[in-house]
Design a binder for this molecule. Structure first.
Ligand SMILES: C[S@@+](CC[C@H](N)C(=O)[O-])C[C@H]1O[C@@H](n2cnc3c(N)ncnc32)[C@H](O)[C@@H]1O
Length: 427
């Protein structure tokens, strides 16, 4: 069974995606945002997963292997098994070569349609990555149903599908190229017309206006074809995703945008540092409405990347046994503590250069002391004990509840941008 159009299969045989040169494995490891085990553990396994007990991974529509290689590297030396499945023989050949160069032997290669997964006898999976694939199926829901059938009860899916509003200009270009290419039969001819169009677009064109939102067209033929000439491509708004994944399929959704985490889905962060009065009302709304509003305000989401679990499995803030650790971030706890310490103005204005967010954050009375002891190894219980032992607080030491309450605003900001996550000792 295959509900991909023949043109889609033809595209990925001729132009494997993303374009990769296996020899480059000797120089660098490509990482993919959703597939850091630390993030998967925080969002999908309550921080409890140690990935050492026969962890089963499926990369569905794995293409040329970025996710597969990254996960296989992180799971090297464990008894985890990774299945890389794709329809395209040419893409699998590239991914396989990359794994050979790295000496990875924990991957099984399967050239099949993900729609056939339930019949392939591959067993159940603890984590399924399906990034940039379902929106290319004629029936994305059939793809999701298929993935769901091989997802372990406590398993999770890391998924990416296109976002509608941010790709407005992309869809205008696709329509434009369908018209220009009406009589052009070859892929080479269609690509040539796309290249000519890109070179001559007036700045008023909607794709040109938002060109910085996408990058594929700057990365050769495979990128141009995937972005502008795809025969089967649909997109979703936040509300459509909730209707599909939550209302129809019962999944819990945790967004995780590349580099920015949940921040583009939070109106107060997308509007920061401005906090208009209407925001107070918006923040009373159900989270999905807030996220839908943030998508419209920001206008920058060209894709939705998120984790799906059956019920929330996010590591809980407020559990003293959890270990806070910095992630995707050069700064350490003591360094951030020192910055807050030096800054005497209230409220403290957090200027996060990578996400570009500037926002007032309540650092509380204890924030700088708590941060000082966060080293990725100590649990909150241990961090709090050290805070209580500080000269300043010895006489009336704050209890855990007070400290969690005091630190919540800092945690919520750092966690929303996915710089401070939680794990547990076993993991
Ligand atoms: C845009 S690429 C994404 C590749 C990879 N997931 C990534 O994010 O880099 C889409 C991939 O899905 C594969 N694909 C499309 N339909 C499929 C299906 N029904 N079953 C398995 N793979 C499929 C294509 O061959 C292609 O390699």
């Amino acid at each position: 069974m295959n509900n991909s159009l023949p043109q889609v299969h033809e595209q990925y045989e001729a132009l494997p995606y993303p374009p990769r040169e296996p020899a480059e494995e000797r120089q660098r490891l490509v990482t993919t945002w959703l597939d850091s085990l630390a993030m998967i553990n925080h969002y999908c396994f309550a921080g409890e997963q140690d990935f050492k007990d026969g962890f089963r991974v499926l990369v569905a529509g794995g293409g040329t292997g970025d996710t597969t290689i990254y996960l296989a590297e992180q799971l090297r030396g464990t008894n985890a098994r990774i299945v890389h499945l794709d329809l395209s023989e040419a893409s699998i050949a590239i991914a396989r070569r990359r794994a050979e160069i790295r000496g990875l032997d924990n991957i099984q290669w399967v050239q099949e349609s993900l729609l056939d997964l339930p019949q392939l006898d591959l067993g159940q999976f603890d984590y399924i990555n399906c990034s940039g694939v379902l929106h290319h199926l004629q029936d994305p829901d059939a793809g999701l149903r298929s993935l769901k059938q091989v997802l372990a009860v406590d398993g999770a899916i890391g998924m990416m599908v296109y976002a509608t509003y941010g790709r407005t200009g992309v869809y205008q270009m696709q329509e434009l190229l369908r018209q220009i290419n009406a009589d052009t039969d070859s892929m080479a001819g269609r690509l040539e017309n796309a290249r000519q169009l890109l070179a001559t677009l007036p700045p008023t064109n909607w794709f040109a206006r938002g060109e910085q939102l996408v990058f594929d067209h700057r990365h050769g033929d495979a990128g141009i074809y995937d972005l502008l000439l795809h025969a089967q491509d649909r997109s979703y708004t936040v509300e459509q995703l909730y209707a599909w994944l939550h209302d129809e399929h019962g999944f819990h959704i945790e967004f995780s945008d590349v580099g920015r985490g949940r921040s583009p889905y939070l109106p107060q962060l997308i509007l920061a540092p401005r906090q208009p009065p209407f925001l107070a009302k918006v923040r009373q709304m159900p989270l999905r409405r807030q996220q839908a509003i943030a998508e419209l305000i920001g206008g920058t989401l060209v894709m939705h990347a998120f984790f799906l679990t059956r019920g929330s499995r996010v590591a809980p803030y407020g559990d003293p046994a959890c270990i806070p650790f910095f992630c995707h971030e050069p700064i350490t706890g003591p360094e951030l503590s020192a910055i807050i310490h030096r800054n005497t103005a209230t409220p403290f204005i957090m200027q996060h250069s990578h996400t570009g967010i500037t926002v007032p954050v309540d650092t509380g009375r204890f924030g700088k002391f708590i941060l000082k002891y966060i080293d990725g190894r100590r649990s909150f219980e241990e961090v709090f004990s050290l805070v209580r032992a500080e000269e300043k607080f010895r006489r009336s030491p704050p209890n855990n509840e007070t400290l969690f309450g005091d630190f919540v605003a800092l945690y919520e900001f750092l966690n929303a941008i996915e710089r401070l996550l939680l794990t547990r000792r076993r993991a």
